[in-house]
Design a protein around this ligand. Structure first.
Ligand code: SF4
Length: 497
């Protein structure tokens, strides 16, 4: 059966073992809950998944419930192997430990060696997601017609940006929800106790568990998505609706990031499902199939590889010199303190579920922090702790790079800053808001619209060299009321809008 395999709490699927009988070490370390204030449901998810895996493996696994990893390892009297863990800190930990053999990372479509080979390719000046994604599609033969992409185009992103349907209905059934069991009840009781004893503190609501904690549940959710939701996913992927927070999203990211599913199996299952349905005369839109495949084997893998490629100091980049603290209402997910309809609704969903999809993350939460100059590293921690699928590796590149432009344009060629007009186009929020997305000055000035101009004014020197920002920056000269807008937004600061 081989050396005992130490599996971290995000390495819970069978693909982290070398065979079905390999002995396993699982460690539930409480120290991390004392250090960080996680969303209550995220803490629940991780502990429940770990304990479910231990129960599933029975005698094959040792589960140590301890203060720190070190305590558990001191108790284990045999050599261990571990698949390279997912953060700089945990890699340091395993590499320092004598008697632990560190293997190549698993849980991603491309290996780190394949990425390194791609990155060092001749003539490669920039490491663009699009180029990486095409290379990976070719390498794994996903959605390919010989040497050509299925449908003749690699990327249908421009067909993933439709506003929400006018009737506010996306037309898919509710997602499949898992059922809690006695392990969940134990986790809930432990978290209550830790909180009461001051050993941990949480944000967000406790609530029925929404995300899979076992492989069986994860596969169930995948099947449900492929059968009922995938077809509607693509066109409205970027839309937001106050009355429907799930839309046609897969809700698979927490399961993928716990390691319950192998992303390549998800991609293969997606392609197979699309083919089978096409053969039966039920053709799924390519912008849905390709859009989902791009998320799983494109973005997710790219973000993972860039986390390592960019180095451990990347998280401290602060190109736009953003130094404001995360305000208490945001840290505490206090949606009731917020009037802005979009932000209040998104924050409320996050408080309730520990999840919102990528556009509320990027264009409502991230956009707010970017405009208000909140410290990118602090925002990275906030995203990591507040989301069920949040981990160091996924948030550093996404938040520091994509969302906050703190890398000066390594990951994204321009900042994801947008005014209220974007949110108005992509959602149904503005109609019911006390602010007006067209106004930048006055009591009812939209904090996103006014914040956008104040952001450009504040960062214009740093962004002047970015050719994609030339037009927006020229717009500043045409604003007769710019000074007043900037002063108004300085007064508003990070007070709940
Ligand atoms: Fe959000 Fe502004 Fe629209 Fe209100 S008016 S919902 S603050 S974008």
């Amino acid at each position: 059966p081989g050396t005992r395999r130490w599996c971290f709490a995000d390495q819970l699927g069978p693909h982290f073992l070398d065979g079905p009988d390999q002995p396993v070490l699982l460690v539930e370390s409480r120290a991390v809950f004392a250090r960080r204030r996680f969303h209550r449901q995220k803490a629940h998810l991780v502990l429940s998944a770990l304990r479910h895996r231990a129960a599933e493996l029975g005698d094959q696994a040792e589960l140590h419930q301890v203060g720190t990893y070190g305590e558990a390892l001191d108790r284990v009297g045999e050599p261990l192997s571990v698949c390279a863990p997912t953060s700089w800190g945990s890699r340091d930990l395993v590499l320092r430990r004598p008697g632990v053999q560190v293997l190549a990372a698993r849980g991603f479509v491309t290996t780190q060696g394949e990425f390194a080979g791609w990155a060092a390719g001749r003539g490669r000046r920039r490491l663009l997601m699009e180029d990486f994604y095409r290379d990976s599609r070719r390498r794994h033969g996903v959605l390919m017609n010989g040497a050509e992409p299925v449908g003749g185009r690699w990327n249908l992103d421009t067909e993933n940006r439709e506003p929400p349907p006018a009737d506010g209905r996306i037309g898919v059934p509710e997602p499949w929800w898992p059922e809690e069991d006695e392990i969940d009840a134990e986790v809930r009781a432990d978290l209550d106790r830790w909180e009461a004893e001051g050993l941990a503190s949480f944000v967000g609501d406790d609530g029925p568990r929404l995300f899979p904690v076992t492989r069986a549940e994860a596969l169930h959710r995948l099947e449900d998505f492929l059968e009922h939701r995938l077809g509607a996913f693509g066109p409205h992927e970027d839309a937001m609706l106050a009355g429907d927070r799930w839309l046609a999203h897969s809700l698979l990211s927490p399961a993928l990031n716990l390691g319950l599913l192998d992303p390549l199996e998800v991609v293969v299952a997606t392609e197979r499902s699309a083919r089978d349905r096409a053969a039966a005369g039920d053709l799924l839109p390519l912008n849905s199939v390709e859009g989902f495949v791009r998320q799983v084997m494109g973005w997710r893998d790219y973000i993972w590889h860039m986390y390592w490629h960019l180095g451990r100091d990347f998280r401290n980049r602060n190109f736009l010199a953003a130094r404001a603290a995360v305000p208490d209402w945001l840290a505490g997910l206090d949606d009731a303190a917020v009037d802005a309809a979009c932000l209040s609704d998104v924050l409320g969903d996050l408080r309730r579920d520990g999840w919102v999809h990528h556009i509320p993350r990027l264009m409502v939460l991230g956009n707010y922090a970017l405009q208000r100059g909140i410290d990118p590293s602090a925002m990275t921690d906030w995203f990591h702790e507040s989301f069920g699928d949040g981990y160091e590796w996924v948030m550093v590149a996404n938040v520091v790079g994509m969302s906050q432009h703190a890398d000066g344009g390594v990951l994204a060629t321009k900042p994801y800053a947008a005014g209220g007009a974007y949110i108005d186009r992509m959602s149904d929020y503005c109609g019911g808001c006390r602010y007006d997305p067209r106004k930048r000055l006055g009591e009812d000035a939209c904090p996103y619209t006014a914040g956008y101009w104040a952001f450009l004014d504040r960062t214009q020197d740093r962004l002047a060299g970015n050719h994609r920002m030339r037009r927006p920056l020229q717009g500043l000269d045409r604003l007769a009321d710019l000074e007043a807008v900037v002063e108004q937004e300085r007064d508003r600061g990070t007070t709940a809008p």
